[in-house]
Structures are given as C-alpha cells and as structure tokens.
Write a protein that binds this ligand. Structure first.
Ligand code: AP5
Length: 257
C-alpha cells in the first residue's frame, strides 16, 4: 500500500458498534493473517503492527488505541466503566479483564475482518487469552501465530520517552529513531503529535511491573500452544519487520509477501 491516505480507518474497532469502517482493509492476495503481537510496553508492537498491516493487509487492532480514542472523543461523556479504565491507564495499571473483555465482545466482528487482524496489546492476561481462544473457536477462526518482540529494558525506556503519537490517526513516531518530516506534525494526516500521559516515568514503572506480573506468563501459554514466534526487537523498525516476515514465510511459505 503506497498511498498513506488509503490506510484502513479502523472505525469499527476504535468506536465500537454501531460504527462501521468507512475504509475497510482489502482482502489480501494470499490469505488473511490472524496474529497476536506480544511484547513489553515500548517494545515496538504498534510500530510493527502498522508496518505489518501495510505488508499483509491485516487490520491493526490495538486495545490501547480504543481507550485513547474514547478519551479523545470530547462530544460524549465516557461511561462509568470507561472512566475507571482511563484512570487505571493513566496510572500505568492494567484495565480490568471484565471491562476489556466486554469491549472485545462488542467488537467480535473485527476478528472476522476480511483483511485478517493484528492484535496489539490484547490479550494481556491468561484470562484474556482464554476468552480470545473461545471467541475464535465459536467463529471457526484460526489464530496463525503469536509474535513475541524481545528487547532489553534500557532500550525500552529510550523508546517510550521519545515516543510521539498522532492525536488524530494514532500513527506512532519517535523524536530521533522515527522522526516525522515536520517536527510535531503527523506525516500521514497532518495531525498534531503528542506525548502519551502514561509515558511519564512513574507510569512507565507501573506498566513494566504489570507486564512482568500479568502479561509475560502469556509467553509460556502460547509456547505450549505451539504458536509462539520470538523475534528480537533490536535494530531498526524495517529490520525487525523483515525478521518478522521471514519467520511468517517459514510458517506458511509464499504467504507473507
Ligand atoms: P497499549 O497502548 O497497548 O500500550 P503498551 O502495551 O504499553 O505498548 P506501547 O503502545 O507503549 O508500546 P509499543 O510496544 O506499541 O511500542 P511503539 O510501537 O509505540 O496500552 C496502554 C494501556 O492501556 C495499558 O497500560 C493498560 O492500562 C491499557 N490496556 C490496553 N490493553 C489492555 C488490555 N488488553 N488489558 C488491560 N489493560 C489494557 O514504540 C515505542 C516507541 O519506540 C515509539 O516512539 C516508536 O517510534 C519507537 N520505536 C519503535 N520501534 C523502534 C525501533 N526498532 N528502533 C527505535 N525506536 C523504535
């Protein structure tokens, strides 16, 4: 996909029902990939999801983006459950499984997306992984692989502190590693680039603790299921993308572009 303005708008995912995507992904030439991206906060899951989406045609489904979209929607009052969720997020804690799973169940249609999906930030607990498996089974959908991005902690801190996100389309940049063409302005839509609330040092510490306690056990969970593909997240985004595509090609030759 060369024209950045043609990216799928993910409206059904970001807003939930009754919203529908104005620009859904096209059906990929090969197969629709259904992947989960795992990794510590700041490992680069969102960055890789955007690049993989361009290559594989699969839709980037980030639960963090749903919460940030709800926070940015100024025209309506967030529900009480969403207010609690946004408070937890600001502190760097996980949102409760009950809230996250309600949100996912509302968006089950996105799991059937004709482009496939790249789940980023979900599942984050074993309970979430079990529910995902149940929802996929109910719809006779197969999860093809779980990519686990691995990176040392000092690099994570550098990535998070330099991150800037588009307030409009949610595209992700880094002040030095992935700078926008014009400082503070999104290359894709011209939106304003902002720093996330939870990229403050105190929230980063809480997020890392939550990752080690609740999310890291998913590495074993998916390894036992035979789905885990560990990928080093060291290097440039393009190098990591190529590593990921090579691993996917090994899994299903000729399918990963
Ligand atoms: P979420 O939005 O999912 O955040 P996260 O998992 O903490 O991950 P990040 O978005 O911080 O990092 P990333 O790995 O995507 O890295 P990125 O590509 O941006 O969740 C936020 C919060 O929502 C959670 O804390 C929780 O409260 C709540 N939440 C969401 N889902 C939930 C769930 N399922 N259950 C419960 N709670 C949930 O990259 C980081 C930076 O590094 C960027 O600036 C990027 O440009 C740069 N970068 C990327 N790759 C490279 C590279 N190779 N070299 C140099 N720089 C790079």
């Amino acid at each position: 996909m060369s024209d950045v303005n043609m990216k799928p708008d993910r409206a059904a995912w970001l807003k939930g029902p009754p919203a529908a995507c104005n620009l859904p992904p096209t059906t990929p030439a090969g197969r629709p990939w259904r992947l989960v991206l795992l990794g510590a906060p700041g490992a680069g899951k969102g960055t890789q999801a955007e690049l993989l989406s361009d290559h594989l045609g699969a839709c980037h489904l980030s639960t963090g983006d749903i919460f940030r979209a709800a926070k940015a929607a100024s025209q309506c009052q967030p529900s009480p459950a969403m207010v609690v969720a946004l408070d937890a997020m600001r502190r760097g804690e996980l949102v409760s499984d009950a809230t996250v799973l309600d949100i996912l169940r509302e968006r089950t249609g996105c799991l059937r997306c004709r482009g496939g999906f790249l789940l980023d930030g979900f599942p984050r607990t074993v309970a979430q992984a079990q529910t995902l498996q149940q929802l996929l089974n109910e719809q006779s959908l197969t999860l093809h692989a779980v990519i686990s991005y691995e990176i040392p902690i000092p690099q994570i801190i550098a990535r998070l502190s330099g991150r800037r996100t588009c307030s409009n389309c949610k595209a992700v940049f880094h002040v030095s590693a992935r700078p926008p063409k014009v400082p503070g302005v999104c290359d894709q839509c011209g939106g304003k680039l902002v720093q996330r609330d939870d990229d403050r040092p105190q929230s980063i510490r809480v997020r890392m603790e939550a990752y080690h306690k609740s999310t890291a056990p998913l590495i074993d969970f998916y390894a036992r299921a035979g789905l885990l593909i560990p990928i080093s997240a060291d290097g440039t985004p393009e190098e990591i993308l190529q590593r990921t595509l090579t691993a996917l090609r090994r899994l299903i030759p000729a399918a990963a572009g």
